[in-house]
Write a protein that binds this ligand. Structure first.
Ligand code: IMP
Length: 395
């Protein structure tokens, strides 16, 4: 059985922990979109390990695949593999020959663009790498050893953005290419073969549904498909091979960077929850914006991703509150919406108040979970109540 893990909010739902848990029951863990903008934190051997590019499933000794839909910064990859090596983890990685390469030039352009647009990107060069892909000047992994092609493309990219290109980058890229040469393969062929011979795959989503370039809060989104369709195009996997879709949702909502956030808290309420939930970005260290659980977002994300079951995370953070406030519907220009309309700016939210819980055995937590099931139509099959591996309740 192959399983997809998809974020149902704005990223940072706690996918790393759920992937770490589910990876134990799969042979391969594959990423299909994004790059080092992602940040998945997992507690391993009592230590906090932050993943950005490498699929976090490698912690369970599984083979990690970086599909053609990902954007790979070879410097960041090297750093992360070294960090894992120091922890005694020998990460086995395969990289798609068709994946796109991110360089310091893309990072520089990301900074310039973000100054102009104010999206609040992670400045990892992800947007410019996907722009280069669609402008048909992107550098693909299989070209990493070809200095001539690299020089030509880097010059073109620099010219298109009106910045200078540093010639030294060519030799550095070739050097990085030499280091990862043994990991490069046509991963779509390798994966389909593996599945045909009975191996199971966990598709590890990055970011979340509302950062998806089509279904997110455009233009405050990342530049790739973070929803379930991204698996098909980002790995070369036919849709019928995705058997289960686990949507990960935090018991409240957070967002990093700019963009609409209808259930956002303010003042004391926000800072208290941020501190309790340790809501600071794993990639940039930025303080996350914090707000109430938003059922309009969950309903839509469940629908478009074909979520079969939900993993609800961080319920321990809300523990001890007298009541839990949950957004149920939007009202935008006088019209009520069950699902988010394409523009959320200016929408107000209808709320319900549910009883809070004091511990995970509390009946009020079960009622909260049932409320989510009724509203989304998906079963909540996992409830996570702490960062440690064993703090998960399977229902
Ligand atoms: P980019 O992906 O760096 O281009 O950033 C675009 C938007 O997505 C910004 O608001 C980022 O803060 C957000 N973003 C990107 N990756 C993540 C993530 O892994 N978690 C949460 N937000 C993210």
């Amino acid at each position: 059985m192959n399983t997809a893990v998809i974020g149902l909010q704005f990223g940072d739902e706690g996918k790393g922990k759920i992937v770490d848990y589910l990876a134990q029951h799969h042979d391969i863990v594959a990423r299909f979109s994004g790059g080092s903008n992602a940040g998945h934190t997992v507690i391993y051997d009592g230590k906090k390990v932050s993943f950005h590019l490498v699929p976090s499933g490698v912690l369970s000794g599984k083979i990690g695949v970086l599909g053609n839909g990902t954007a790979i910064n070879p410097w960041k990859l090297e750093e992360e593999l070294e960090m894992l090596g120091e922890l005694g983890i020998d990460a086995r990685i395969l990289i798609s020959s068709r994946a796109h390469v991110v360089t310091p030039l893309h990072q520089e352009i990301d900074g310039i663009d973000d100054e102009l647009l104010g999206i609040g990107t992670t400045r990892q060069g992800i947007g410019p790498a996907y722009v280069a892909k669609y402008r048909r000047v992107g550098i693909r992994v299989h070209e990493l050893l070809d200095a001539e092609i690299l020089r030509k493309k880097l010059r073109l990219i620099a010219r298109m953005h009106g910045v200078e290109h540093d010639e030294r980058l060519v030799a550095e890229l070739v050097e990085r290419g030499r280091k990862i040469k043994g990991m490069i393969t046509d991963t779509e062929l390798w994966l389909n073969n593996a599945m045909d011979s009975g191996k199971s795959v966990l598709f590890e989503g990055s970011q979340g549904t509302y950062l998806d370039v089509d279904f997110g809060t455009y233009p405050y989104v990342t530049s790739s498909s973070t929803t379930v369709g991204g698996i098909v195009t980002g790995l070369g996997i036919p849709p019928q091979k995705i058997h289960r879709v686990v949507g990960v949702a935090k018991a409240y909502t957070t967002r990093v960077g700019s963009g609409p956030f209808p259930t956002e808290f303010a003042g004391e309420e926000e800072s208290r929850l941020r501190e309790r939930g340790a809501e600071f970005g794993a990639t940039t260290g930025r303080a996350r914006r914090v707000g109430a659980l938003d059922m309009s977002l969950l309903r839509y994300a469940t629908l478009i991703n074909g979520v079969t079951d939900i993993a609800l995370t961080k319920v321990d953070v809300l523990q001890g509150s007298h009541e839990i406030v949950v957004g149920t519907k939007y009202v935008c220009n006088g019209t009520e919406y069950e699902y988010p309309p394409p523009e959320l700016e200016g929408c107000s939210v209808r709320y319900v108040h549910l009883p809070g819980w004091n511990d995970i055995e509390d009946d009020a937590l079960e009622k909260f979970v049932e409320y989510i099931e009724n509203e989304t139509g998906a079963r909540v099959s996992m409830v996570s109540y702490g960062p440690e591996r064993d703090k998960i309740m399977v229902r």
